[in-house]
Design a binder for this molecule. Structure first.
Ligand SMILES: NC(=O)CC(=O)C(=O)O
Length: 321
């Protein structure tokens, strides 16, 4: 086997998506998430994923009041209870934890722009939808700020404009899990932009992991399709992790967390209620798929550009560690 085709998943790994039921009480959400992370670990999961905005309701009205200031890292527990809870849960459970996402507040110099006066800090508040990834010792491995903001308007169905409140992240997030290999982390609407998964796969990721909260309009049409499409295009695993549906909330999440294999087969899919779905990911399956349908050797970069190549790809971490 040539080094170009070296296994990208070093050994089988069990991944679990927690389709968490959360509400308005942040402390209760964090405590419930911890319990579920421990439950997933007890079922043998090595990588555990939480949903988008798992510590709050999802919606522009909620982002500012739930936002936590992460920078400078690591934040003390009173500045970011969610960071503290995720780090502790990863350590306690002994798992890699893709901590869904939380609303993040960045203020003045913390955004990396030098010294600001208090007035300037007050004026210059920026909010992001941010995912934190921890290792089994509870150490922060990476952060991902949602790159593509969810701005849609389907008349009579759903209108949503994250950009009214949030700013967009500016990098593709690929995280090395030393004993397994690389994963890509993205958030919800990001999955609709195939470049992210393609760049990550061509740079060696074995899985594209996407906490997301599609809704009851787009979910039935596109959620599974997007997961299967990213898996099929790139011959990698895809895990999509949704919140459980709450019909008393202002936003009705689709649910249906799922895990797709490199042949685009859905290995497991939830309904809409709270649950944990899990699957074993195997490097052999990736290799078998790529041998059978050898896309990697058949690309025509003389006809179109390789989106994963060159200076234009932004991979560096957006948060200062
Ligand atoms: N909530 C999102 O970011 C995306 C979504 O619901 C959709 O793409 O549909």
């Amino acid at each position: 086997m040539s080094s170009q085709h070296a296994p990208i998943l070093k050994k089988p790994v069990k991944i679990a998506c927690i389709q968490l039921a959360s509400g308005a009480d942040k402390a209760a959400n964090l405590s419930h998430a911890r319990d579920k992370v421990l439950e997933a670990a007890a079922q043998g999961a090595n990588i555990v994923v939480l949903p988008e905005c798992f510590n709050s309701p999802y919606g522009c009205d909620y982002f500012p009041s739930y936002a936590e200031q992460l920078q400078p890292l690591p934040p003390p527990p009173d500045r970011s209870p969610s960071y503290a809870a995720l780090s502790a849960a990863a350590r306690e459970a002994g798992v890699y934890l893709v901590g869904g996402s939380i609303p993040e507040l960045a203020v003045g110099p913390a955004a990396g722009e030098g010294k600001w006066s208090e007035d300037e800090q007050e004026e210059k508040k920026t909010y992001y939808n941010t995912s934190l990834v921890f290792d089994p010792e509870g150490k922060l491995l990476a952060t991902h700020r949602k790159v593509h903001l969810f701005d849609i308007d389907i008349p009579g169905k759903i209108k949503f404009k994250e950009s009214d409140v949030l700013s967009a992240g500016n990098k593709i997030t690929i995280v090395d899990l030393p004993e397994y290999g690389k994963i890509a982390v993205a958030i919800c609407y990001d999955i609709r932009f195939p470049e992210l998964a393609t760049v990550a796969a061509r740079r060696g990721a074995f899985a594209f992991i996407c906490p997301g909260a599609f809704n009851t309009t787009t979910g039935p049409l596109h959620w599974r399709l997007q997961g299967q499409a990213r898996a099929m295009d790139n011959q990698i695993y895809v895990a999509l992790c949704s919140p459980a549906r709450d019909m008393s909330a202002t936003y009705h999440a689709w649910g249906h967390s799922l895990i797709v294999d490199p042949m685009a087969q859905v290995l497991v899919e939830a309904e809409e209620g709270e649950t944990i779905v899990s699957a074993q990911l195997d490097g052999e399956k990736i290799e078998e798929t790529r041998k059978g349908i050898p896309l990697r050797d058949q690309r025509r970069f003389d006809v179109y550009p390789d989106v994963s190549a060159g200076e234009g790809v932004k991979l560096e971490d957006g948060l200062q560690k």
